[in-house]
Ligand binder design. Sequence first.
Ligand code: GSH
Length: 226
Amino acid sequence: MFDLAGADPAVRFSPYCWRIRLALAHKGLAVETVPWHFTDKDAIAFSGQGAVPVLQDGEQVVTDSWAIAEYLDKTYPEKPLLDGPQGRALASFARHWSQNVLSGILLRGVLLDIYAVIREEDKAYFRESREKRLGMKLEDFVITPEAVLAQIKTAASPLRALLSEQPYIHGDKPAFGDYCVFGAFMWARNVSPIKLLDEGDAVYAWRERMLDLHDGLARKSPRGQA
Ligand SMILES: N[C@@H](CCC(=O)N[C@@H](CS)C(=O)NCC(=O)O)C(=O)O
């Protein structure tokens, strides 16, 4: 699996790659991750597109985290399923909320931290592509850590209510929707020390459980220094 890395190749911070790292662990499938950087486009040209995760499973090449999760359940149905049809429908809401709401807030907190942990040779590409997308300078997009905390507190209220009633988004056990939302938190965690949740928050407790899953896979992941 090609996995987004910082200047320190041990620092892995893509929210989409984290979904799949955890999905593979959930299914008990071993993986070799290859550190990949924003301008290493040639290394994944064989996949026909320019983003990670890229999963190479024997002869099969699969891109896009949502498609990879579907591929894993279809190809390895005897391993613990990520979802099943009902679960997948719930996971779809979780991924859209994670991408459209949560990640948008997190980005305002950690954009400059991402810029700080990536390789020098990737910085011009990162700045140019993101400033074009955002329509402003990176420096003008970020808001204070306090504002990020407050915005997440409001945006995560349905998630907080859900997680006050059950331990995981999918119920008693985690599944792909949990990995989709948690991936966004791992993105922030591995580039930035910013405080995103209050300790008494049910979402904080869930994030702690997620960090411990699969033998602490996420908790053990090295964090970059801004
Ligand atoms: N829809 C894709 C999105 C993948 C994606 O955007 N990955 C980012 C890293 S987090 C990337 O590779 N970006 C390449 C670039 O910005 O050039 C998925 O779910 O896998």
